[in-house]
Design a protein around this ligand. Sequence first.
Ligand SMILES: Cc1cc2nc3c(=O)[nH]c(=O)nc-3n(C[C@H](O)[C@H](O)[C@H](O)COP(=O)(O)OP(=O)(O)OC[C@H]3O[C@@H](n4cnc5c(N)ncnc54)[C@H](O)[C@@H]3O)c2cc1C
Length: 417
Amino acid sequence: MRYDVIVIGAGMVGTSIAWHLQKSNSQVLLLDKKQPGEETSYGNAGIITREAVNIKPFPRSFREFFRVLPNNSTDIRYRWSAIYHLKSPLLQYWMSSSPKKVKEIDKAWSALIQHCTNEHDPMIKASGADGLVRKIGWIELHRISNSYEYAIGKAKKAADQGVEYEVLSLAALKELEPNINFEDYVGGIHWKNSWQIKNPSNLVKAYAENFEQMAGEIKQSTVNSVIQTEEGWQVTTDGETYLCQDLVIAAGPWSTSLIEPLGYKIPLFPMRGYHQHFKMTDKNEFSHSLFDANKGFVMGAMDQGIRITTGAEMAMSDDPKNFNQLESVLTYARNVLPLDVAVESEAWCGTRPCLPDMKPIIGPAYKHDNLWFAFGHAHQGMTLGPVTGRLIEEMINGKPLLIDAKPFSSERFASKI
Ligand SMILES: Cc1cc2nc3c(=O)[nH]c(=O)nc-3n(C[C@H](O)[C@H](O)[C@H](O)COP(=O)(O)OP(=O)(O)OC[C@H]3O[C@@H](n4cnc5c(N)ncnc54)[C@H](O)[C@@H]3O)c2cc1C
């Protein structure tokens, strides 16, 4: 079978790309080893982070270093074996986190993220997915006055970039969320024009169904190889070979394994996260997702129940699960709201696909024609899928671009090989 475009990976990123291309009259095949939205795009905290106009640099202060070193903090854990294997991308991450570089990266990043809700909106409407997204913002909670004051200062600056927020006293928090125990906190910030997804996997599935309604094709099969021929690209799966003019790699944390045989060595690295659902009752019901900024975890009301999502664990993708971080998080979360009945017997675990300069790759491959990369969205792939989809469609069809996409080019990793 021959297609105009094949997209590999039906997470939020690949599905959004396929949607945009099919809408612009390309015949698209979306390939995934699973059903759409079953991997990283399943297990995240589900926030469309309009407020996140600044990237997350590597902590460079000694204080931070000594806080994280004992490996018992709730927001970040690590395994020495992973640090050893990932020493090169982590060093690049550290180098990209100098104040000068962060300023430069923030500029490109905020130009991209400011389109996140505007680009989700038409996809939500076209997919009839309004019921899956709550446009009520989310709340960042602080336990320590210093960190709270600092966050309020940052919020003031973010307002210049269209971020809407409200500083909430403990009384205001209690009024908004009466079931929550705020006694460990000094206050909160309500990020008002960010959105919450009630079921991240189902939002991807809704976009994928709408793609099919536009005559896009989805096949569930593992891609084993991609080869460039004189006629275009040849994609071989477990059972079939497919041909296309343009090929998009949007396989999240697995993207580099597909392109390494073509000679690309891109320093994509994993950052693991866990979640567990707890039954929601009259006693623990709440509506705004809550992020504990000092302990680094999110509590969100999802279709499946209350989802408690951890921060980052530096572990290799195939390392066995280690639930210690989640257990530590749960001791704090249980003081905020009752979490009596776990929905699943085992917690979910997934991997954020990260790049050392904290920006995704969105654009043409630097060595091959008609090959496009869209991966490395790290902490914000649910947020940035639709705007990534729009940019890749504009690039493939030679249209003017929504924003300057040069900072997201794969070329930035070419010289490091
Ligand atoms: C704990 C946690 C919390 C998070 N919270 C948020 C949040 O609140 N907001 C936000 O915006 N982001 C959040 N993220 C990040 C976000 O989930 C990811 O950035 C995003 O899901 C990545 O999407 P993706 O489409 O690139 O990858 P994925 O969703 O992983 O999709 C990649 C797809 O490629 C497929 N695939 C891989 N290899 C092959 C192959 N060989 N053949 C066929 N198919 C293949 C996989 O099956 C998969 O479906 C969070 C992540 C984690 C882990």
